[in-house]
Write a protein of this length. Sequence first.
Length: 136
Amino acid sequence: MKRQKGFFTIDVEDYHHIIGVSVTPGISQWDGMIPRVEVGLNRRFELMEWYQVRGTLFFLGYLARRFPETGRRALALGHEMASHGMYHQSVPGMTAERFFERGTGRAAAIGRYCWDGSAGLAQCRIFGGRAKSVVF
């Protein structure tokens, strides 16, 4: 079978990071939730290795900080890392300053944190970003 070229992206977030749903737990509750992101993402890593696929992973800054080993594995497997914001918050209603702070400033924590040496990760550069939710 001939391989098709294309783009493969993953939003790295957990089941309780849903926005726009009234029962979504607040950010202050996230640390008390049972995380599933590592299990799900590790399975995707296995599948991507099997099919020799590399992709761009849009990490929430919150998850990059909480699970640095997942970021390490993504980099070691040759994937690109990008920002999906710090806390997966909806864009409408944000001021430009807050959007920058959440979307690039602190989420560049992915860049600074993941890669400032404090997490033991190799230096890397974060080029991409994906908005959390934009509804017009």
